[in-house]
Design a protein around this ligand. Structure first.
Ligand SMILES: NC(=O)c1ccc[n+]([C@@H]2O[C@H](COP(=O)([O-])OP(=O)(O)OC[C@H]3O[C@@H](n4cnc5c(N)ncnc54)[C@H](O)[C@@H]3O)[C@@H](O)[C@H]2O)c1
Length: 427
């Protein structure tokens, strides 16, 4: 079948991964008229979707119900159910394990769809990854599983997700979308696929350039967050208020962009991209990507620093971390989202549990089955605040009652500079 056929409302699209990136893509594709299979290995998530319930901020239950009602959206855990498809968009994570990317999810996703790949189809990777992933991992697995040739029989491209779940201004639809293909025709079909879904596509000449652009965007944020974090630790030693210093610096109208310190860096994206060059560069370019490596070190160290500071604050009140009840406010990686993937709260919880703390957490956004086992999810209440030896604000969701926290907590360790009061210690 020709690769230049038009995509229409009869287009059968598979979106692999129904998480914070994949679900909004699937919902938009249904409203654009595509027939969409939403594939995910997480049975709890698929079960929610089938019941018309969303777990992704910015996508309401009503959106999922409407998509189901069209008869053109089918969430499933089963790769056998996808049959053939015209296009597939892969949105599964590529996490970093032991300083190197772990391709397990991506490989099994590609191996899952490859047997259903037919001539003329288009496959796009959206995941955050290192330059080379599309051509070195996705293409060979698709060719092996289908017996077809990329760039001849089928189209392949990379179009990085720039999702920022919970951001009310920038959505999947109105954020310019980079598109690329392994050959000219792949770029044309990848672009045509997204032209129907988003306001603006931006073609990039090669797949590697698009992958590097994504890496650059993520590294930019990662390095700047590391700078803010290092500045916060330095300012604490100097006994200077880093938050006021940042506000002051922000008045410079050029050459400065404000980034806020925090408990570490999370989301699948941020730590993933910049984590890859140190793994890859020595092998390929025989050169270390020092800045990204340093940013990783700094950002990964933040949970340890936070726990040490908390232990010291408790000690100053004649309390030991071991046996103390600690209530964590917010577990998600970003405010106003349930995105817990690689969230610093996971590391903070693990460290606190290792030190013998009794952990509670308040987060109305995260899915309970994705919370760390050591943490008991509770509702925010006077009693949960009063019973806690310390409250730690990790994610500043808008639905947290900050006045209640200020009024009822004995000690509040605030990593986001949202709380006021004499019992508050800032990062
Ligand atoms: N969340 C963000 O803000 C954001 C922004 C831009 C890019 N990204 C990138 O997009 C990718 C996905 O991120 P996310 O936030 O959607 O993650 P997520 O954890 O919310 O969702 C990923 C989903 O993929 C599913 N999955 C894993 N392996 C699978 C497989 N083999 N087959 C089918 N489903 C599988 C998981 O069960 C999960 O539901 C990552 O590479 C991330 O770096 C994320």
């Amino acid at each position: 079948m020709s690769r230049d056929r038009q995509l229409t409302e009869h287009t059968r699209l598979v979106v692999v991964g129904q998480g914070h990136v994949g679900l909004p893509v699937a919902m938009r594709a249904v409203s654009a008229g595509y027939c969409v299979v939403g594939l995910d290995v997480d049975a709890v998530r698929v079960w929610s979707l089938k019941a018309g319930r969303s777990y992704v901020d910015g996508i309401g239950d009503v959106d999922v119900c409407q998509a189901l009602a069209t008869g053109r959206y089918r969430p499933t855990v089963c790769y056998d159910e996808i049959e053939t498809f015209d296009a597939a968009i892969i949105t599964v994570p590529v996490p970093v394990r032991n300083s190197a990317p772990d391709f397990g999810f991506l490989e099994s996703a590609v191996e899952g769809i490859a047997p259903q790949l037919r001539a003329g189809a288009t496959v796009v990777l959206e995941s955050a990854c290192y330059p080379g992933t599309t051509e070195e991992i996705v293409v060979p697995l698709l060719e092996k599983g289908s017996g077809l040739a990329a760039g001849t029989d089928f189209s392949v491209g990379y179009s990085p997700s720039r999702a920022r779940p919970g951001n009310p201004k920038w959505t999947f639809e109105n954020t310019p979308k980079l598109v690329s293909g392994v050959d000219d025709q792949s770029l044309v079909t990848v672009r045509a696929l997204y032209d129907i879904l988003v306001d603006k596509t931006v073609p990039v000449e090669t797949v590697r350039e698009a992958e590097l652009a994504k890496l650059l965007e993520d590294t930019f944020e990662h390095v700047n967050l590391a700078l803010a974090n290092e500045m916060a630790m330095f300012a604490h030693q100097l006994d200077v208020d880093v938050w006021k210093a940042i506000d002051a610096a922000t008045t410079k109208p050029f050459g400065f962009l404000a980034f806020q310190p925090g408990p570490g860096v999370g989301g699948h994206c941020l730590p993933v991209g910049p984590g890859c060059p140190p793994w890859r560069a020595p092998r390929l370019a025989e050169r270390d990507f020092r800045l990204a490596g340093l940013a990783n070190d700094l950002n990964e160290h933040m949970p340890d620093y936070l726990v040490e500071r908390l232990a010291a604050a408790l000690e100053a009140r004649q309390k030991d971390l071991s046996g103390s009840v600690i209530t964590l406010l917010g577990l998600a990686a970003e405010a106003n989202t349930g995105d817990i993937g690689e969230s610093p709260a996971l590391r903070v919880s693990a460290l606190l549990a290792e030190r013998g703390a009794v952990l509670r957490a308040v987060d109305s956004h995260v899915e309970p089955h994705r919370c760390p086992a050591a943490v008991k999810l509770v509702e925010l209440s006077e009693s949960c605040l009063r019973q806690a030896d310390a409250v730690v604000l990790l994610t500043d969701h808008d639905d947290i009652d900050y006045e209640l926290v200020e009024r009822e907590s004995q000690l509040a360790f605030d990593t986001r500079h949202r709380l006021r009061g004499s019992q508050v210690e800032y990062l």
